[in-house]
Write a protein of this length. Structure first.
Length: 258
């Protein structure tokens, strides 16, 4: 294997700190707008991130709330209303510049495209949320940069299920070992591993110390070559395509435990 064919990007926490700077804030705004007396502080929201999907997160949280609707169909209806409100508030936050891309992300995307490595979006967040974020930072034609875009609406099962990766690989017509996934969470890493896609981990705010298993590289972010395991090859500045290719060719799996 001498040529990496695709870099597959998770979005939330990986391309941007959307959970910390966007989604949690937007959920709380939705609670207030709908007259619901709930608020998610950072600790509670961090625990809820173990559940994939915003609507699913709401339903999970309701299980511990005595003031939540009793009947299942009422909970479903409330979750749907709150989630729709949240997405609208999230789009406003992104448009206002409150959710920047993580350092090094756009530069690495440009480098991949310049060297013939295709880009993919592989996320189980909604397409509207992805569009809001990338339209703001990459422009109206952002989707043209990506050879494949798989979002929550495209799958029946969310991460850590591998379906989202399996769909992306099928659309790209490549094998799993011809790509590298970029993830930040244990659930995302598990999804990539289950699809046999090598994965590198860029630690995010909510998963800075989380248990991660079977990654080809783990580090604090693309902005720095320091503190990566395995160490990035000699060089200056940010993590680049050469570093990722080096890790991919070695395929030396590492893990990080809490």
């Amino acid at each position: 294997m001498d040529h990496l064919k695709a870099l597959l990007w998770d979005v939330d926490g990986t391309i941007a700190e959307t959970e910390r700077d966007g989604h949690r804030v937007a959920f709380n705004a939705a609670f207030e707008a709908c007259g619901v007396p709930w608020r998610w502080d950072e600790d509670r929201y961090g625990r809820l991130l173990r559940v994939s999907g915003g609507r699913e997160r709401l339903l999970y949280d309701m299980r511990d709330r005595p003031d939540a609707p009793v009947l299942a169909h009422e909970r479903d209806a409330l979750a749907a209303t709150l989630h729709a409100k949240k997405n609208a508030f999230y789009a406003d936050l992104v448009a206002g510049g409150s959710v920047p891309l993580r350092p090094g992300v756009e530069r690495l995307m440009h480098e991949c495209l310049a060297q013939g490595v295709r880009l993919g979006i592989v996320t189980t967040t909604s397409r509207s949320n992805v569009d809001a974020l990338l339209r703001k930072h990459l422009g109206r034609e952002w989707a043209r940069r990506f050879a494949v875009i798989v979002c929550g609406e495209d799958v029946e099962r969310k991460k850590p299920d591998p379906e989202v990766y399996q769909i992306a690989l099928a659309r790209l017509e490549i094998g799993p070992l011809e790509a590298v996934a970029v993830e930040d969470s244990p659930g995302g890493v598990a999804a990539a591993n289950a699809a046999d896609v090598p994965v590198m981990v860029t630690r995010s705010a909510y998963f800075a110390d989380a248990t991660v298993e079977s990654a080809i590289a783990i580090g604090p972010g693309l902005h720095s070559r320091a503190e990566w395991r395995p160490a990035a090859p000699a060089g200056d500045g940010a993590i680049g395509l050469g570093d990722i290719t080096y890790w991919w060719q070695r395929m030396e799996l590492v893990s990080a435990l809490e």
